[in-house]
Ligand binder design. Sequence first.
Ligand code: EPZ
Length: 430
Amino acid sequence: MEQYAIKGGNPLVGEVEIGGAKNAALPILAAAIMTDETVLIENVPDVRDTNALLQAMESIGVIVERLDRHTVKINGSQIHAHVIEDDLIKKIRASYYLIGALLGKYKEAEVVLPGGCNIGSRPIDQHIKGWKALGTKVDIAHGLISAKAESLKGSHIYMDVVSVGATINVMMAAAMAEGQTIIENAAKEPHVVDLANFLNSMGANIKGAGTDVIRIKGVSKLHKTEYTIIPDQIEAGTFMFAAAVTKGDVTVKNVIPKHLESITAKLIEIGCEVEESDDAVRVVASKPLMHTHVKTLPYPGFPTDMQPQIAVALGLSQGTSIVTESIFENRFRYVDELTRMGANIKVEGNTAIINGVNKYTGASVNAPDLRAGAALVMAALAAEGFSVIEEIHYIQRGYEDFELKLQSLGAHIEKVESEREIQKFKLKVG
Ligand code: EPZ
């Protein structure tokens, strides 16, 4: 299995281009099948999750043409099945976005129940609640969800919890329902807004995305479009916090600073200097990091997908910090691994009490999930000595060319596949 070999101690310095947002690309790629015309999508991140979803789409007859690494043409006119098979949903949970898309277009869909994952149970009751409100019959049997509707009729839906996935999945189905749908207590993430803008560019009528009330007037047909996906706020935030933990000076380019406000605010709070321009943000960490408190919240609060990354920084900050994870019930699995690198963190329920230490020391650690894996790489880059990160396939789900981008900022990191390659790396970097 591939691993990252890392020698820590180099401050990250320089500029890094941020790619398209994975969590916007997934619903947008799924929604592209809702027209029989051809859709061109640019700035698609070339990561495992988007590639797995495109594979799932091809399995039901969607024509996918990669024009280049980040540009894809989609045509959903030849779809021959509305069933998403088991192995594909296991590869990518977000295949369930195809239910909302297929339901909107064909009024039926069937997909294997997406399991839980490493950060929590990941229920989809709110997705089902929204589809049922639109007139869908939803059955769950033998691990399959099947959704069928004679016709979809607009409805007034109040989400019990703020859910990105449910807001997106209901928005897609409602976009082609008869009449008006109102989604209350909707998620406001940038990727929800990006999907609404994408659907509107195809002729949908969606207003209020980005607020907690989204109003959708259903249309009978959607048409072709050309669309560019927004930059990835979490990839950007990851590199910004990597600058903080390595006492570096990093500029993330091709970003939307507004999407990074809660991340920027925390970096300033812990003692970093942050300079914003139209499409770039520079983070300079020249002073010792200070402790703070942070609670993850739905957008515009501090993102749960940045929780492991800020915890790594707070682990090197002076004083005691508190991190509260209010979104997922099992998102501290990286703490045991970080402890092996010298961190002093105590987890009590959904709260981590972090006593800052002077340094981390290199160790062999396992990435438990996507964002925690990226956070452990950050810790290894700051640590004294060598580290090996196992299970990096999690990281490759959401970060394109992660090690190449870090190398361009001065990091000693390489993808390796054997003990021999680890030894070679150690000899090379000394
Ligand atoms: C999306 O997951 C993201 N994934 C996650 O990013 C992100 O952490 C999460 O939103 C929150 O921002 C994608 O976009 C592919 P939710 P999602 O529905 O939609 C509960 C990453 O690292 N809930 O907003 O599954 C749920 O248990 C990934 O890129 C219900 O109770 O998250 C959680 O506690 C990790 N019932 C809370 O809502 C439901 O029907 C928020 O989950 C749905 C969700």
